[in-house]
Structure formats: structure tokens, C-alpha cells
Design a protein around this ligand. Structure first.
Ligand SMILES: Nc1ncnc2c1ncn2[C@@H]1O[C@H](COP(=O)(O)OP(=O)(O)OP(=O)(O)O)[C@@H](O)[C@H]1O
Ligand SMILES: [Mg+2]
Length: 248
């Protein structure tokens, strides 16, 4: 069974077609990378997968483990195992970061018939992930992303990934804005999370991250559709040629 299957998806916002007859299939355990010029529709696709409401789905279908994803609320998509690390994580002043992550973890546990996580166990678990990501513990006690640096916000998305252990992770430019050492740390965390039961869709502009995480497939998206798919050599080709060969 295909893990994620996007068929003939077209999406518009305010009369502008942004995703145009888009097709993509990701099998369980695979890592795919989606690349493409600014404005080609990558984040829109990520938001449509997560269920951000303002998009008009003109036609097409999305199946996640055989289920009709578009029929599910954003909450249900998350509880079914879909996770989006946002390109621009949102600040929520007044919402404690640790409380937010714990509430999300508990909502997922409840869905799987598990008891709420014990406060001590939660702290142990999250502190080990913080250490892995080289993040200061103080970030746990602050409001979600409020005043976080660009890199701290990206790391906090990966912290959530590690705590929630989703079946399908969509990572929208998680590598953008990370320093060289943090990029390696985040790449290792993503690699550690990936396993034969979990799939990953990495949206990125740079070959750099893909040097650490070797994707099974790379897709080039232009004007809302995939114009070429291939192996990791495609990222090298892009790095040297840019998008001009695609008429951009
Ligand atoms: N709410 C909106 N109203 C109008 N246009 C929008 C809206 N949201 C997205 N768009 C447009 O859709 C197009 C695709 O945007 P999107 O953010 O998906 O691109 P992207 O491929 O992620 O680009 P980048 O690499 O710069 O992140 C852009 O031209 C953008 O301006
Ligand atoms: Mg984007």
C-alpha cells in the first residue's frame, strides 16, 4: 500500500491556481525531497497536507495509509500520524512551550488508548531530546516560539517531531537559517527519526541537507507541479544549473 498518495491535486487561493495537477506517491519508510524555486507551491502543498483551511481544493485526492486525508480535520490528521514542521513557525505568546508539547503528546497517547504521560517521564523524555538537539532547557519554559531565534524555532519543530514520532513528517525548509553545526545536529535527528515504518518529505532549497540525509527520491516542483523526479544526483544537477533548464 502507498503510504501517501496525492492524485491530480489542484489547489487555488484567491482565484490563483497554486498547485496544478500535482501527483506524488511516497511509500512507507521512504524519504523524499521536494525542491523548487520560490513561489512554486511547496509550502502550499505542505499546508494542504496539514489541513490549513483557506485553500480551495479544485480537484484531486490525497490518501494517507489508504484514508481520505482531505476528509479529516487538521487535528485528526495529526492524530493519525501526520506532522508538519513549518517554514515559519508561529509565535504564540502566553502558551508555554513545554505545556504545548505535553498537551500534543497526551492527545496522541489518548488516541492510541494510552494513559497521560507522567510529568516526570515527560520531563525525562523531553530533556533527552533537548540534549540531542543541543537546545537549552530554558526554551521549554518560555512561550511557544515567542522571541525564539530563527534557528531555535526550527529546532523546536524538530523537538516536537522527536516527541510525537509521526508516521509521516513533512519538513518545510527546516534547514533554512541553521548554522553549520546545528544543521548537522538537525540532520542527525531527522535521520534518527526516520525508520522503515515512517516516511519523510523534506522541502529544501539546498543540497547541503541532502548530503547528510540521502533521500530515496528528489522531485522538482515548478508552477505547482512536479517537472522532474530522480535520485540524489538531481540535487547536484540543480546546484550547478539552477532552474533555468526548466524555463525558469
Ligand atoms: N494567502 C495567499 N494569497 C495569495 N497568494 C498566496 C497565498 N498563499 C500563497 N500564495 C502564493 O502562492 C504561491 C506559492 O507560495 P508557496 O509559499 O507555496 O511557495 P514556496 O514554493 O513554498 O516558496 P518558497 O521557496 O519561497 O518558500 C506564491 O506565489 C504565493 O505568493
Ligand atoms: Mg515555502
Amino acid at each position: 500500500m502507498n503510504f501517501l498518495e496525492i492524485k491530480n491535486l489542484s489547489v487555488k487561493i484567491q482565484d490563483k491556481i497554486i498547485i496544478n495537477d500535482f501527483n506524488l506517491t511516497i511509500a512507507q519508510g521512504e524519504i523524499h525531497a521536494l525542491m523548487g524555486p520560490n513561489g512554486s507551491g511547496k509550502s502550499t502543498l505542505a499546508y494542504v497536507l496539514a489541513g490549513k483551511p483557506e485553500y480551495e481544493i479544485m480537484h484531486g485526492e490525497i490518501y494517507f495509509e489508504g484514508k481520505d486525508l482531505l476528509a479529516l480535520s487538521p487535528q485528526m490528521r495529526s492524530l493519525q500520524g501526520l506532522f508538519l514542521a513549518m517554514q515559519y513557525p508561529v509565535d504564540i505568546p502566553g502558551l508555554n512551550n513545554s505545556y504545548f508539547i505535553k498537551a500534543a503528546v497526551n492527545a496522541h497517547r489518548k488516541t492510541h488508548g494510552l494513559q497521560e504521560i507522567d510529568a516526570v517521564d515527560f520531563l525525562d523524555a523531553i530533556k533527552s531530546k533537548l540534549a540531542l538537539l543541543n537546545m537549552p532547557e530554558s526554551l521549554l519554559h518560555r512561550a511557544l516560539n515567542d522571541g525564539f531565534s530563527g534557528g531555535e524555532k526550527k529546532c523546536n519543530e524538530i523537538l516536537q517531531l522527536l516527541m510525537l514520532e509521526p508516521k509521516l513528517a513533512v519538513l518545510d525548509e527546516t534547514d533554512s537559517g541553521l548554522d553549520i553545526d546545528t544543521l548537522k545536529i538537525v540532520a542527525n535527528a531527522i535521520k534518527m527519526h526516520a525508520n522503515p515504518n515512517r516516511s519523510t518529505l523534506i522541502i529544501t532549497h539546498y543540497q547541503r541537507l541532502l548530503n547528510y540525509i540521502e533521500p530515496d527520491k528528489i522531485h522538482i516542483m515548478i508552477d505547482g507541479k512536479i517537472v522532474e523526479s530522480g535520485d540524489k544526483s538531481l540535487a547536484h544537477k540543480l546546484e550547478s544549473q539552477g532552474y533555468s533548464v526548466y524555463g525558469k
